[in-house]
Design a protein around this ligand. Structure first.
Ligand SMILES: Cc1cc2nc3c(=O)[nH]c(=O)nc-3n(C[C@H](O)[C@H](O)[C@H](O)COP(=O)(O)OP(=O)(O)OC[C@H]3O[C@@H](n4cnc5c(N)ncnc54)[C@H](O)[C@@H]3O)c2cc1C
Length: 422
């Protein structure tokens, strides 16, 4: 007799869960992936700009919202296990200077193709265009119903259908609805790893400009986060990796305080103190006193950004450098060190890379990711309230949680099989 394991969602964690459980139980289990899109692994193809940054050599709990929960999970399936797993399906990897790990050919297709080859080799069934809308459990058996009313039965189910980020790539929030129907505690969701919208008047003419700097996030007057990296101005907001990391922190705080409001500031010249910047500007004024103001900061920052800073410092663009007052110069120096914006909102889920929030982690057994109130139901990936920073940390969570849920489901089915044979 074979047991039926059904996995909802053929994304990163679902594919890992399918392969793991089948490798453990072999012919004792039929593993079926139900995928709502026309193929599995579509989001993986879009990761890392098409290169798939699949993990990070500096994997550490500090890069996640729930450090203790992920730390325990990584002890079971962490960085080395991930590299070995990909080697086992034929994917060689390489590490860049920042610790980001990519498949050797630097193509996400190498990851997806090899995952799919492994599905075939293990005889794992995939049913595509199969959008699950409902899951019920009667005594031991689960019934899953899709958007066309088709039913599938299973002895165990893994919900691996992701969060709400980038719904065109499949994850449209149905995980949350499916989990809610079991009366489980879910947090709110916010988009993470995305840009922020700010007052457009403050960034007029800056669209497309990239700068490097240190970004500090404030809730009221309290500094709550700081990091450095590339900042990218857009026509209606600001993005770039460091800003994307910031929005994940905003989302995490919103889970606790939904009405929180935020400001952030950019230090455009982090290796100089405020006094050094002020002194430099005053010296520069003396040396270039005959210049027109619009050229004053050319060579210090991007020209358009320089003009923007002069405007914000209320310095007449049409004037001459020699006429800038001491006070105006200090205002300009302050803006270089502390270019601040109110956060109007983050951009929405359409282009977000990750979902902040998900199933409350108290609802699952941390070793197996089985839902405590519903034996035989497991949850993996972004559907859980786990999110990581940019750099391969979210895919790592997908592999790790897929492994835990796949192992947990295999153990559950093994016990069922054993008890039914007694
Ligand atoms: C553009 C982009 C780039 C990214 N780059 C990186 C990166 O380089 N490195 C990194 O670590 N992370 C990256 N991420 C994040 C990472 O891709 C995700 O965290 C990870 O894929 C989540 O895996 P998952 O299995 O939980 O969900 P998903 O990968 O979202 O998979 C969920 C699957 O379930 C299917 N599904 C959803 N609902 C249903 C349903 N009702 N019935 C059946 N099937 C369903 C979906 O179609 C999808 O295939 C990126 C994300 C995006 C959007």
């Amino acid at each position: 007799m074979s047991m039926e394991l059904v996995i909802v969602g053929g994304g990163a964690s679902g594919l890992m869960a399918a392969i793991t459980s089948k490798r453990i139980l072999g012919d004792a289990v039929n593993v079926t992936i139900l995928e709502r899109l026309e193929r599995s692994g579509k989001k993986i193809l879009a990761t890392g700009n098409g290169k798939c940054n699949l993990t990070n050599a500096s994997l550490d709990k500090k890069y996640y919202n729930e450090p203790n929960f992920v730390e325990a999970a990584f002890k079971k399936f962490g960085y080395n296990e991930t590299i070995n797993f990909f080697d086992s399906i034929g994917v060689l990897t390489k590490v860049d200077r920042d610790g980001r790990v990519y498949p050797l050919p630097e193509a996400a297709t190498a990851v997806v193709d090899n995952l799919r080859n492994e599905l075939k080799r293990l005889n794992i069934e995939e049913r595509i265009n199969f959008d699950i809308r409902k899951i019920q459990k009667n005594t031991h058996l689960f019934t899953l119903i899709n958007s066309r009313g088709l039913k599938v039965e299973a002895d165990a189910v893994i919900i691996a259908s992701g969060g709400k980020a980038s719904p065109v790539l499949g994850s449209n929030g149905t995980s949350m609805q499916l989990l809610k129907s079991f009366d489980l505690k879910l947090t709110e969701n916010y988009p993470g790893l995305i840009g922020v919208k700010v007052d457009q008047n403050l960034i007029k003419g800056l669209g497309g400009i990239r700068v490097k700097g240190v970004v500090s996030l404030y809730e009221k007057k309290d500094k709550i986060w700081e990091d450095s990296g590339e900042i990218q101005f857009k026509n209606d907001g600001i993005s770039g990796i460091v800003i994307m990391q910031m929005t994940s922190h905003i989302g995490r705080i919103m889970l606790k305080r939904p009405r929180a409001s935020f400001t952030f500031s950019i230090d455009l010249w982090p290796d100089k103190t405020q006094e050094e910047v002020n002194q430099y500007l005053l010296d520069r004024q003396y040396r270039f006193k005959d210049l027109a103001n619009e050229n004053f900061l050319v060579g210090v920052v991007n020209k358009s950004l320089g003009i923007n800073l002069l405007r914000r410092a209320k310095i007449e663009i049409a004037g001459d450098v020699k006429d800038i007052s001491h006070r105006e110069m200090l205002r300009l120096g302050n803006l270089i060190k502390n270019l601040s914006f109110d956060v109007k909102s983050t951009y929405d889920f359409a282009n977000a890379q990750v979902t902040i929030g998900g199933l409350d982690l108290k609802e699952v057994n941390p070793d197996t990711l089985e839902v405590l109130k519903v034996p035989g139901l497991f949850v993996s990936g972004e559907a859980l309230n786990v999110d990581g920073e940019c750099g391969g940390f979210n895919l790592q969570w997908a592999w790790t949680s897929g492994y835990l849920a796949g192992t947990g489901a295999a153990m559950y089915l093994h016990n069922l099989l054993f008890s039914s044979e007694e």
